[in-house]
Ligand binder design. Structure first.
Ligand code: MN
Length: 239
């Protein structure tokens, strides 16, 4: 089984190097691998599937193209938890629950649920992920939703600037608990923007995907082999 895992691209325009490399990566890899998993924070902000600005349209088209070649799966992150059924229909992408096991022993999640030391964030997360809040929000006009999204982004940047680094990282006990509960051999997540490939003392593997900032990141699975790769965003993907 050949799979590709990416997360934390934080795309916000169809002309950024991140978006161009993403589209190229999908085009090339969709003909090489059987499944592509996007593990959250694909975009910087998603205000609803009814948003049809040029960026949203370009995003839909890029994923749709890939989906005609291989299966593409999408998990929500803390920036794009409003990807919904309409987006899934238009792109052909399959929406995943917060925790997903594509095969026994392999567990995927976005990773924000592991940052349990950030209690302020966890409280906000509960609110934003509730269906009551979401349906109320989606009923508002697009301009209002966009303004709210921008506000939330600004607030989170200010708040995070004042938080200790360790608070915003995944909590080791939360990781251990998740691994034990699901009898995980390989855990792949993103969110923390701290890419790493590590082994627990019981030889379980943990892959943390990197954010597409200075370079692009992906994890590649070839049967039982997993590798964490980074590549330049300055030139065409695969060259
Ligand atoms: Mn995140």
């Amino acid at each position: 089984m050949q799979r590709l895992f990416i997360s934390d691209l934080h795309l916000d325009s169809s002309t950024s190097p991140q978006f161009l490399r993403f589209a190229e990566c999908l085009d090339l890899e969709s003909s090489r691998v059987e499944e592509i998993y996007i593990l959250g924070d694909l975009v910087e902000m998603w205000i609803g599937d009814d948003n049809d600005d040029p960026f949203a349209t370009a995003l839909v088209n890029a994923i749709k193209r890939a989906n005609s070649q291989c299966a593409v799966f999408l998990m929500h992150g803390n920036r794009d938890f409003l990807f919904g059924e309409q987006f899934a229909r238009h792109t052909g992408v399959r929406l995943l629950p917060e925790i997903h096991q594509p095969e026994p022993g392999l567990l995927l999640c976005h990773g924000d649920e592991l940052c349990v030391d950030d209690t302020a964030y966890q409280k906000l997360r509960l609110q934003l992920r509730s269906s009551a809040w979401q349906s109320e929000f989606l009923a508002r006009p697009l301009t209002e939703r966009r303004a709210f999204g921008n506000d939330l982004r600004k607030r989170s940047m200010q708040e995070n600037a004042n938080k200790a680094e360790s608070i915003m990282d995944a909590n080791p006990q939360a990781i251990a608990q998740l691994i034990d509960k699901h009898e995980v051999k390989v855990l792949i997540h993103g969110h923390t923007h701290r890419p790493e490939f590590s082994l627990t003392d019981r030889q379980q593997r943990r892959v943390v995907l990197g954010a597409w900032e200075r370079c692009g990141w992906l994890c590649r699975q070839q049967d039982q082999r997993f590798s964490l790769e980074c590549f330049s965003l300055a030139r065409r993907y695969g060259t």
